[in-house]
Design a protein around this ligand. Structure first.
Ligand code: AFD
Ligand code: MN
Ligand code: MN
Length: 426
């Protein structure tokens, strides 16, 4: 089902009166605080978040997987699903593919499909955490850090193949996430694992096209439960530096131990010009498990405050690649992604409201109370009318979730694909 201009216009007609009241009130308040509402609206409208092809079906755990009805079972259908998100929000203008789950059969047709939906191809993701059918070597004991040179070479070659696929689609970056590590103490020598991982990453990097970037994710645990080769931002940063200027660290919100100060990591990486990408999700215990902003919305705001500061003050850091990296077990994945997009834009808008000059002055006076007040005043502002206004001005709907339901999108997808379609991926 494709959402057209008429659908959007009809939807907005129903919500426009309420929205206008809310927006007029808020913009009046912000005017009085000397905020440039139009500049904020432009920034919100420009902000594009990539949707990963693996977030469009239901995830699962080792205990089981409950498919969601009408899931996309082909790459074409996944592109259409992101097209729905983008038509409603005008914020999801890119798709990030996972290889080999999403290898295009017909490149021209896939590119055309993306174009019709207003999408570009974001970073391509390699997969050396699962054994592939007919593969010569197994990743049971690691991929880029495997002790067996032939397994390492296979994993390196896979990443090069992924770059080649991405080039045909117009992608400009490769994201590497390594599952490598150890399940048991004493299983592996930490130093040799790291040396192998570094050399393998350098081999991949040497094949990276000039105008590409390589993003290196880190993660403290899972699927290995004793140690992970690239366990934290420091290790990723070190490896990115070892590779060269086109290699960057990627921060995934779900890849931190409890209480890690992620905003400080963001700030440090941007100061050093090495934050390349960002994966949004939220978590209580594990990885990718909750909707963005649903558990720790204030932490998300503090992270955005550093991102905004870095975007304004760190020209040494490149434009960031934003992506939602989520995997949900029971919700309608598209509804979940709509909620995530809203939470991201909300945190961004609030961070844009922080008065940086006032904050700096309060910090210089060591007025700790005022510093906290400045942050919390911004955070406590209900910015949702700004988001709705930015969307409506860009041709999206005022209330995406409400419209998703009233346009009966999921019902349409079930009719098209059936109740029991299954998305490829994990
Ligand atoms: C897993 C990893 C990581 C990665 C994604 C795609 O934890 O976040 O980005 O798979 O490979 O979620
Ligand atoms: Mn990730
Ligand atoms: Mn993850």
């Amino acid at each position: 089902m494709r959402i057209n201009k008429q659908h959007i216009a009809d939807e907005n007609k129903n919500s426009s009166e309420n929205h206008k009241d809310g927006f007029d009130f808020l913009s009046h308040q912000l005017d009085k605080q000397d905020k440039d509402v139009n500049a904020i609206l432009r920034k919100l409208a420009d902000f594009q978040v990539a949707i990963p092809s693996w977030a469009l079906g239901a995830g699962g755990t080792r205990f089981g997987r409950f498919s969601y009805f009408g899931e996309p079972s082909t790459l074409e259908q996944k592109i259409d699903d992101v097209g729905v998100l983008h038509a409603l929000t005008k914020t999801a203008g890119a798709i990030s593919l996972h290889i080999p789950w999403d290898i295009p059969q017909d490149y021209d047709a896939i590119k055309e499909r993306a174009k019709i939906n207003g999408l570009v191809f974001d970073a391509v993701n390699s997969n050396t955490f699962q054994d592939q059918k007919d593969a010569k070597e197994s990743y049971r004991f690691g991929s880029l850090s495997n002790l067996n040179a032939s397994a390492r070479e296979q994993a390196i070659q896979h990443n090069i193949d992924v770059i080649n696929i991405g080039e045909k689609l117009g992608s400009k970056s490769l994201t590497v996430w390594l599952a490598d590590g150890a399940n048991f103490a004493g299983q592996r020598n930490f130093q040799s694992s790291l040396i192998h991982a570094e050399n393998s990453l350098k081999s991949i990097y040497s094949e990276l096209p000039d105008d590409w970037k390589m993003f290196i994710e880190y993660k403290p645990y899972e699927p290995n439960f004793y140690s992970t080769v690239i366990q934290d931002w420091g290790t990723s940063f070190m490896l990115a530096n070892a590779c060269g200027e086109k290699a960057y660290t990627l921060v995934d919100l779900g890849h931190h131990l409890p209480n890690t100060n992620i905003e400080q990591i963001v700030s440090t990486l941007m100061l050093k010009g090495k934050l390349g990408g960002f994966h949004f999700n939220d978590s209580k215990y594990g990885d990718d498990d909750s909707t963005v902003g649903s558990v720790k919305p204030y932490a998300l705001f503090l992270i955005f405050n550093e991102l905004v500061y870095g975007m304004e003050n760190n020209p040494q850091n490149p434009d960031l690649a934003w992506m939602i990296d989520a995997s949900h077990n029971i919700k309608d994945p598209l509804e979940d992604l709509l909620q995530s997009l809203e939470a991201i834009l909300e945190a961004y808008a609030k961070a844009l409201l922080v008065d940086q000059e006032e904050l700096k002055a309060a910090q210089e006076r060591n007025d700790v109370t005022l510093c906290q007040e400045i942050m919390q005043n911004a955070y406590r502002t209900d910015v949702r009318p700004l988001l709705a206004q930015a969307r409506a001005l860009s041709g999206g709907v005022i209330n995406p979730l409400k419209s998703y339901r009233s346009l009966r999108i999921r019902e349409g997808l079930i009719k098209e694909r059936g109740m029991n379609s299954v998305a490829t991926g994990l």
